[in-house]
Structure formats: structure tokens, C-alpha cells
Design a protein around this ligand. Sequence first.
Ligand SMILES: Nc1ncnc2c1ncn2[C@@H]1O[C@H](COP(=O)(O)OP(=O)(O)OP(=O)(O)O)[C@@H](O)[C@H]1O
Ligand SMILES: [Mg+2]
Length: 468
Amino acid sequence: MKRILIVDDEENVRYSFKKFFKASGYEISEAVNGLDAISAINRHQPDLVLMDIEMPGLNGIEAIQRIKQSHPDLPVVIITAFGTTERVIAAMKYGAFEYLEKPFDVERLRAVVAEALEMKRLSREDKRLEIHPAEMNEEQIIGNSSAIKEVFKMIGRVAASDVSVLLSGESGTGKELIARAIHRFSDRSKTPFVAINCAALPDTLLESELFGFEKGSFTNATQSKEGKFEVAHNGTLFLDEVADMSLSLQAKLLRVIQDGTFERLGSNKTIKVNVRFISATNKNLENAITDKSFREDLYYRLKVVTITLPPLRVRLEDIPLLTNYFLSRQCMLMKKPLVTVPPETLEALMKHHWPGNVRELENLLKRALLLSKGNVISPDLVKSEIVETAAVDHTEPKAFVQAYLPAELGNYEGELYHHVIDQVEKELITVALSFTRGNQLKTSRLLGISRAMLNDRMAKYGLGSPGK
Ligand SMILES: Nc1ncnc2c1ncn2[C@@H]1O[C@H](COP(=O)(O)OP(=O)(O)OP(=O)(O)O)[C@@H](O)[C@H]1O
Ligand SMILES: [Mg+2]
């Protein structure tokens, strides 16, 4: 029989709860204030606590903090007549399972109690995933599958040399993480690792970022500046989303890779650097070569060694490890007690297709942790999150816009809006065209713009051949 502890200073309140729950087959014990509750918990080992807030001695908010310290898995449901904002927030923050305000529907109370007891049951399963404190180090690469172990081996093989490495893999598979690991395990580990995202910057800005510039070389170049090639001298330069680089920049990059020399914009002084190149893409570069948007000679320079990162769905056996890692790290960051994950939850996670790979899993677990009740990540919570995340990834547009906000933006004063909007427009038209398989009439209808405008934009962004 499940035991409920009722904590309230008013006897008639305790009496009516007692009557109600006894009739439903629960065993009841009582306490008259917070301190009394703590000793009653030790004596009676209840499965659930129903507690008032306003009580003499130790009040409900203080009591819940103490209870959660000694019994983190014991669900505490707060029932009160006074639901001020501060109290509701405080109670939830300290780990209340639910906060019910009087008057409430008894069926609601019954449902909350049943739900809390179910959480407690889930958290007790022998086979649950015990979350253990993970190393806080953000650079850890987690995985035990044979697919990810092949990646570890490759990191070891290429680390000692200076060969250019191309990392390919779907979005969120860990390309940047692996790039950093290659650098860390290389002889260059004490020198800079410099990353640049070729898709996040418009062409001219990317060029000045990479090559640097001399004072006066363009409007707003009020000071000379080192480019990333120089900053990465003796270290590693990570070219992220390299497929998005324009053809003219690709030609310039090729020269730097071949002989390590270049000039800053507005200068004819040749600079020589020693840089190890790692690049990444989630596009198929061979297709890009076929449709002439990527130079073949550059491709061979970049991919002396290619490491292909496996999508999460082919290494589902890593999900428990990754789940443990992300949840424990997040609990520590949020200073929350560690949670438990019942086997049903892991099963639900392992059924998902994970189009957004490890990043999708990480974000889903962060949200699930915030919404979790009673220190348990329940299967229902994960299931509802999976449906939502499959539809849209809200993080991408934000990340995209934020990529435009480095200090250098002073150089783009008066043009920033158009730079950003152009990038979005290009992406939108690309997606619409691929949806209609290149049918321009359908594309213009889909977008709700004229064919003339569509043609104009396609020409502007170099998308296919307008008018076809
Ligand atoms: N094996 C792993 N172990 C731990 N964390 C991982 C692992 N793989 C990826 N991550 C985490 O997942 C997130 C996405 O990884 P990362 O940014 O490296 O992916 P990406 O392949 O560069 O994605 P995109 O193509 O979208 O840029 C990061 O927070 C990263 O730390
Ligand atoms: Mg990346």
C-alpha cells in the first residue's frame, strides 16, 4: 500500500485529506509543520508528501528545501490557499512536484498524486540509467559504438601529421567537436585553434576576415587588421561549412593551402604562414564539383584525409551514454540534483530518427530536464518533445543571425540589414526551388512573388538558370 504524508497545521484540513485518501486505499500519516514533517518522513518512509505552505515553525518552502536534500526522489505536492508568484516559483525551484491552489478539483488532486507516484516508481526501476556526474569538460567526445570508435582511431592517425582533414557528416554530428580534438591531440595543441564559419559571413566580409586588411583598403577600414590565416600561424585553421565559400574565394584559398602565402587586402606584401587546415561540410562536395560550385583542385587539397562522422541513428547504442553525459552536465550547471532515466525513456529515445543528430538530442534533453517533475525524465516528456523538434529547429535562425554580430561589424555599417536578408532570401529560394524540383512557375506561386522577381533573385544568387 502506498503511503502519503499530510502536512498541515489545521486539523480539519488534515482530516478531510485523510478521509479522501483512505477511501482511495492509501495509508496516511500526518504532521503539523515542516519540522514535524521531516521527522515523520524518517519514521514512516512515505511515498509522497502533501504539504501546506503557511505553517508555524518551519514553513512549507523551507521544509521542501530540507526534504529534497535528504530525500531527492520523494515527491512533494504543495497545496495552499495563497499562490503568490514568488511562492509558486520558489516551490517549483526547490523541487515541488506540483503546486495546487485551493479551491481545486479533487479529481485533479487524485491525478497529480497518481502521476507523482508513477514518477517515483519509474525512478526506482532497477534498470534505470543512473546518471553519474560527468566531467564538466565540454570537449569530451562521448561514444562507445564501433562507428564512433572508428572516428577516434582516425583522430589518432591524423593528429601527429599536418595533413589537411575534411570532416563530413550531417548537421549536429560533432564536426566542430572533432576538429577541436584533432588540434588538441596534435603537436600544435599549444598554438591557436582558429575557427571560421564560411556560411555565416557574406563573401567580402569572409575574405577580409581570412586575409586581413590594411588601413584604408576599403571604406571603414580605419585600422589594419590581421586575418585568420595570420592568427592561426603555427596552429590550426578550421574552415566550417566550407562548401559555402564563393568560387573566387576558393581560388584564393587554394593558393594559401598550396604554398602558405597570401597578401592582406590593400597590400602587396606577401606573408607566409604555417597553418594546418581542417574543414567541415554537411553538403556533398562531389555533387558541388559536378554542378561547378566547388573547385575540384581545392577539394583534393582539403580532403587529403576525410573523416565521415556517423549520424546518430546508426549508433543508437550511444544514446544512453550521451543521455547520461548531457543530463549530468546540465544538472550540474543548473545546480539541480541528478535525475534518473527509466528504461522506457531510453527506449523512446532510441526509436527516434534524430535528423538533427547529437545536437538535437542535447537540446531535447535540456528542455526535458527543465520540464521534468520529481527528478525523473519520464517517457511521455521525451515523446512529446520529439514530435515538436522533428517539425522545426528554432535554434538555427537565431544562431544564423548571431553569427553576424562579431565586433568587426563596424566595417559593415549601413549594409548589415541587406547582408543578413540576402542570405535568408537565398536560402528560402533554394529550398523552394528544390521543393518544386526547379519548376519556376510553381516556385513563384509557392513563394507568392512574380516570376520576374524570382528570375532576378536567381540571377543575383547564382541559382540555376533563370527563365528555364
Ligand atoms: N560524440 C559526442 N559527444 C559529446 N557531445 C557531442 C558529440 N557529438 C556532438 N556533440 C555535441 O553536439 C553539439 C553539436 O556538435 P557540433 O557543433 O560539433 O556539430 P556539427 O557537426 O559541427 O554540426 P553543424 O553541421 O550543424 O555545424 C555540440 O554541442 C557538441 O558538443
Ligand atoms: Mg558545426
